[in-house]
Design a protein around this ligand. Structure first.
Ligand code: TXA
Ligand code: MG
Length: 372
């Protein structure tokens, strides 16, 4: 299959292209499209054959349900058994936007779309290209992130081409995504709503609207929670992992910089190529104080600044692209700074810990081992 790619300007959307893409989806085909979070791989959510094609194109297990994307709030009504009051509050506060809500589903949602679950995930994106495409496609688009299963979610059309070229009908290129991390998922089927996946809409923002919100204990894969399975099936799979092993270096900023120098120095002396994912602040420090004095570092250190520590949105926006870059650069191992930033820290660290398979190094330990 030849995948057609069309460039679209979010400010001046070409309606001819949108109509063409809408027709592809109406007749059961697949179109990747931009949203404010990440690129989605869209098919008709009410057509079970289209959902099957989505799983096949991504190489995704079919028990991992898809999110249904709508463009009007009223479109929600026939999909779900009821809209709890807390759901209304969240929709009012955050739709259209990067928030996915889980409801009990009706017969209208085919089991293929909901991965066999009695519930359905629904989201109303704010991205104007996404909204136009949903309207042109009949109002219901099932769309997982448009990566092949296990890879980081795509934040540019080029990422989608890399993963899915030849496997889908069309890609709409609307430029890089604003947020760069997938939507927050909140489960409304329990009395107290539960965050199943952290995202741009953070715990604080949800609490402001709801008063009370819980965090899925399966997300905190440590201590007493170790071994509890996350409720969102997709959160259980290995994900985002670059080909090279990745470890997160945790500690106070100065210590982390020192630890990165120790760890990277050791690897470079061993003849390895090292990738470093760091804040601009740390990267600048490494470039000034480490690179010049370290023989071999210029060729063997692949330093990727994600954004300044004070601008967490920039770090979030660049995270997935950098994880993909490490694969292209062919590094042997990767160290990442820990980003426990105030607002997006939970969402960023959730993705990074998955990418690292939860490998965390304490900066203080790395420094003291380096001294021995
Ligand atoms: O930002 C986003 O949400 C992007 C864009 C394209 O909208 N989409 C996205 O879809 O991230 P996907 O399929 O990559 O992730 C959806 C997640 C998976 O972890 C899936 O298991 C979970 O949502 N999910 C879907 N339906 C669910 C349900 N009924 N109950 C629990 N989890 C569900
Ligand atoms: Mg995904």
């Amino acid at each position: 299959m030849t995948t057609e790619v069309y460039r679209l300007s979010p400010e001046d959307i070409d309606s001819g292209i949108i109509q063409k893409a809408g027709e592809v989806i109406r007749r059961g085909g697949l179109v990747a499209f931009p949203t404010e979070t990440v690129y989605g791989l869209g098919g008709d959510a009410l057509n079970s054959e289209a959902s099957k094609k989505i799983y096949a194109a991504k190489g995704r297990p079919s028990d991992n349900p898809l999110i249904v994307h709508i463009a009007e709030e009223d479109a929600l009504i026939p999909l779900v058994r009821e809209v709890p009051e807390k759901g209304r509050l969240l929709m009012h506060a955050f739709w259209p936007g990067p928030l996915t809500l889980i409801f009990r589903k009706t017969e209208m949602v085919p089991p293929e779309t909901s991965g066999g679950l009695p519930t359905v995930a629904v989201r109303m994106p704010v991205d104007p290209i996404a909204a136009a495409l949903i309207r042109a496609s009949g109002g219901y688009i099932a769309a997982p992130s448009a990566n092949s299963s296990g890879r980081p979610s795509p934040t540019t059309a080029e990422h989608v081409v890399r993963d899915l070229d030849g496997r889908i009908d069309m890609i709409l290129d609307g430029g890089p995504c604003d947020i760069g991390l997938e939507s927050t998922i909140v489960d409304l089927t329990e009395d107290v709503p539960v965050i199943l996946r952290p995202g741009f809409i953070n715990e604080e923002m949800l609490k402001e609207v709801l008063g009370e919100v819980k965090l899925d204990p399966g997300l905190l894969d440590a201590g007493a929670n170790a071994g509890i399975r996350p409720k969102a099936p997709g959160m259980r799979y290995r994900h985002y992992a670059p080909k090279a092993p990745l470890a997160i270096v945790e500690g106070e900023a100065r210590e982390v910089t020192e630890a990165l120098k120790t760890l990277a120095g050791k690897a470079i002396l061993d003849g390895k190529r090292v990738g470093i994912l760091a804040s601009d602040d740390t990267a600048r420090d490494l470039a000034e104080t480490f690179l010049p004095g370290m023989p071999g570092a210029a060729e063997r250190l692949y330093l990727c600044p994600a954004g300044s520590r004070a601008e967490e949105q920039t770090i979030a926006r660049h995270l997935f692209a950098i994880l993909r870059e490490f694969d292209d650069a062919g590094v042997d191992l990767i160290y990442a700074e820990s980003f426990k930033t105030p607002e997006l820290g939970m969402a960023i660290m959730n993705r990074l810990l998955k990418a690292a398979g939860h490998r965390v190094i304490l900066a203080a330990d790395a420094i003291s081992e380096g001294d021995m």
